[in-house]
Design a protein. Structure first.
Lengths: 118, 113
């Protein structure tokens, strides 16, 4: 298995431009998570999906951020318009429901997209 | 304020030394995980602990979950340069979704040869 795939790996854009980050989860995983990592705030959960349905988007910073999961093998995180404070590494992770009777599961992270907004 | 506080934030030690990283909270967790992250990569799971007082060992790494399930520690014996990385604890709140993890602020460990 190729693991979680994210694209692009690096993105440099100017303030005000639209940015789209892409994620392909591991096949068979039915949970997908989007995180943002910065030195100041660490790793923050933005939104997560179960079976392509958004479950909790309370971590999405503002209306400029939106996420979609049109099918089980693809998700996007869009920022429009982008601002310099959005500069961070954005991670996508996926997981399975876990073993029967358990309430925890391993999250498999992609390599991240390093976003720089000038 | 972070829900999960990790200490220390930075740790630089010589090869062969022992070290302990702490992860503390005032909240109760149904499970707690430890991840390691290397530069340019995403975090990778090391271990999951679910029972208060549980101790798990992974070669030279020993993980402990507090009795009250509010804290955890990671102890590394005879650290090696390959242990260098960012160590993150992550918990699933007992009163929240089991799928949603809250990550600690991280401990950046550097092991010098």
């Amino acid at each position: 298995d190729a693991g979680v795939i994210q694209s692009p790996r690096h993105e440099v854009t100017e303030m005000g431009q639209e940015v789209t980050l892409r994620c392909k989860p591991i096949s068979g995983h039915d949970y997908l998570f989007w995180y943002r990592q910065t030195m100041m705030r660490g790793l923050e959960l933005l939104i997560y999906f179960n079976n392509n349905v958004p479950i909790d988007d309370s971590g999405m910073p503002e209306d400029r951020f939106s996420a979609k999961m049109p099918n089980a093998s693809f998700s996007t995180l869009k920022i429009q318009p982008s601002e310099p404070r959005d500069s961070a590494v954005y991670f996508c992770a996926s997981s399975t429901p876990g073993t029967s009777g358990s309430s925890y599961n391993e999250q498999f992270f992609g390599p991240g997209t390093r976003l720089t907004v000038l | 304020t972070q829900l999960l506080e990790q200490s220390p934030q930075f740790l630089s030690i010589q090869e062969g030394e022992n070290l302990t990283v702490y992860c503390n909270s005032s909240s109760v967790f149904s499970s707690l995980q430890w991840y390691r992250q290397e530069p340019g990569e995403g975090p990778v799971l090391l271990v999951t602990v679910v029972t208060g007082g549980e101790v798990k060992k992974l070669k030279r790494l020993t993980f402990q979950f507090g009795d009250a399930r509010k804290d955890s520690s990671l102890h590394i014996t005879a650290a090696q340069p390959g242990d260098t990385g960012l160590y993150l604890c992550a918990g699933a709140l007992a009163r929240g979704s089991a799928r949603q993890l809250t990550f600690g602020s991280g401990t950046q460990l550097t092991v010098l040869p």
